[in-house]
Design a protein around this ligand. Sequence first.
Ligand code: HEC
Length: 136
Amino acid sequence: MTSISKFWCTVLLITLCAGQACTHKPGMVAVPVIPPSCDSTNITYMGSIRPIFASNCYSCHGSGVTTGGGLDLEDTTSLRTYLKNGFRGDNIYGSKLYHCMLHTPLAQSMPPTYIIDTCSLHKVHFWLKNGAPFNS
Ligand code: HEC
């Protein structure tokens, strides 16, 4: 690598870290900046969260689907169990599921090929922070 490209790599890294990637510590969760267009009122499992999982996760993690390593996020009992046991932090707020969705180095990136939109991430974050109620 030439010193010029090393320089630009360093600049790029610093820029990325100044964002949020490097502010992450175990037990803490990077909170995405919420776009003004994001309606963050009345976040419920049935109204907001399930549709996000349905469009982005059920193809691999739906009931009866095995491509997601057998993790069923569609069945609420199974999802609840995973949220209780699948931790990276100190409570549900530090849930591994959320880390997966943020594509942090602390967990596998989910969905594997893209990061879901910031508004949806915010909704999932809000829902987890509030104890992940299965409300409608
Ligand atoms: C293209 C298929 C695919 C999609 C879409 C997908 N996943 Fe996964 N996911 C997988 C596979 C495969 C594994 C199991 C990997 C393994 O066992 O090594 C997995 C594992 C996981 C795990 C378990 C990680 C662990 O080690 O405990 C979580 C949590 C998860 N996915 C969440 C999600 C969420 C949330 C979404 C949607 C936002 C999603 N996944 C979308 C394929 C997918």
